[in-house]
Ligand binder design. Structure first.
Ligand code: M6R
Length: 364
């Protein structure tokens, strides 16, 4: 039932505050992550020295964000790979490596094959972050953390992604605590997580503005998404959403790579969508944007107002609420979902059932 919404995708975008809350429920206390959420056997948190994350599509992008969190908070090396590559190569598995899969459906053929292979490789244990409790992935993994997003009908993944990120943040902090993260930092992170549903609600308030912005995309052939740090995987996800439901060719690059090639594509017909974090990368990103503006590229900037970018000429600005840095990848996802949705509606594509795609890819 789509309720008041025209498409499942929009309904699912708007469900995010509620389902992120459901994902946090019972996993955090006042100021701690509750390791009981990994089941009775949470000893792996003490032993883990490496993490391998394997997934496909949007779930893979969630894994890429987690690499930034796990290495930053816990200092534990983390490698992320698409399942279709992982399953067919010889992988070096260091001692005490956690094998972590991410999947909305828990039925993706490549992800299941990767898990089956990993079980022969001497990993510390296997953990699935998954949305479907009765899925094959959950059944075959030693440990599970459910995302609790509820059924996702739209082929374009929205709430499944932000709840995966929430579950990954819980996991990253849980590992970091065992590696010596201070109680004070843990408490600050947990407090921040508690605010997530409200932040996502605030991000949704830009819907009408984003709808207006999206009109400008209707006749575009291409788009370039830029991000830096943990916002780079969000740029990848924004580009995937736009391709998937609007059929606009979109690419994502870490902004620092511009001069190494993609800048050649930039002219007045190229919209550049930039997710601006509020950290020490801000100034670097601003100079990347100048490089683009100098070539006539049309700049769409998603940022909070303290970046002062809303005052700049030549920028089409969309406000994103100012949040703790660790949460920026989650909150910045919302406007990108809305953008791709509205562009698809303007173009008249089948939003919930894009051509050539299936909700879950159960055959290779
Ligand atoms: O069910 P899974 O999370 O394993 O699915 C993985 C991908 O097929 C999926 O995320 C796909 O990329 C989505 N359609 C993206 O919106």
């Amino acid at each position: 039932d789509k309720g008041e919404f025209r498409h499942y995708m929009m309904k699912e975008i708007y469900e995010q505050p509620k389902v992120i809350n459901a994902c946090l429920e019972g996993r955090i206390s006042e100021n701690k992550v509750l390791t009981s959420c990994f089941g009775a056997d949470s000893d792996f948190l003490k032993e883990v020295e490496n993490v391998h994350i394997v997934a496909c599509g949007t779930s893979y992008h969630a894994g890429l964000v987690a690499k930034y969190w796990i290495e930053d908070l816990a200092g534990v090396p983390c490698a992320v790979e698409v399942a279709s590559e992982y399953r067919y190569r010889n992988v070096a598995v260091p001692k005490n490596t956690l094998f972590l899969t991410l999947s909305q459906s828990g039925e993706t053929a490549d992800t299941l094959a990767a898990l089956r292979k990993a079980k022969e490789q001497g990993y510390l244990t296997t953990l699935a972050i998954c949305n479907v409790p009765s899925s094959t992935l959950v059944r075959e993994s030693a440990l599970t953390l459910l995302t609790n997003a509820g059924a996702e009908i739209g082929v374009a993944s929205t709430k499944a992604f932000t709840t995966q990120l929430t579950a990954l943040l819980i996991t990253s902090v849980a590992i970091a605590v065992e590696k010596g993260l201070s109680a004070e930092k843990e408490s600050a992170l947990v407090q921040a997580m508690r605010s997530l549903p409200a932040y996502v609600n605030a991000a949704l308030l830009q819907d009408e503005h984003i709808q207006k912005v999206s009109d400008r995309f209707a006749n575009k052939q291409h788009a370039l998404f830029l991000g830096r740090g943990a916002m780079y995987p969000i740029a990848l996800e924004g580009a995937l959403k736009l391709k998937e439901i609007s059929y606009i060719h979109a690419e994502a690059y870490p902004a620092g790579e511009l001069k190494h090639g993609p800048l050649a594509l930039v002219d007045e017909n190229m919209p550049i969508i930039t997710m601006v974090p509020h950290n020490d990368m801000l100034d670097k990103l601003k100079s990347n944007m100048q490089e683009v503006a100098a070539r006539g590229g049309e700049l769409y900037v998603f940022a909070d107002r303290s970046t002062n970018l809303h005052n700049e000429d030549n920028i089409i600005f969309t406000e994103v609420p100012k949040v703790e840095e660790i949460l920026e990848p989650i909150v910045h996802t919302i406007p990108l979902q809305l953008l791709s949705y509205h562009v698809a509606v303007v173009k008249g594509t089948d939003v919930d059932q894009p051509r050539n795609l299936a909700k879950s890819v159960t055959v290779e």
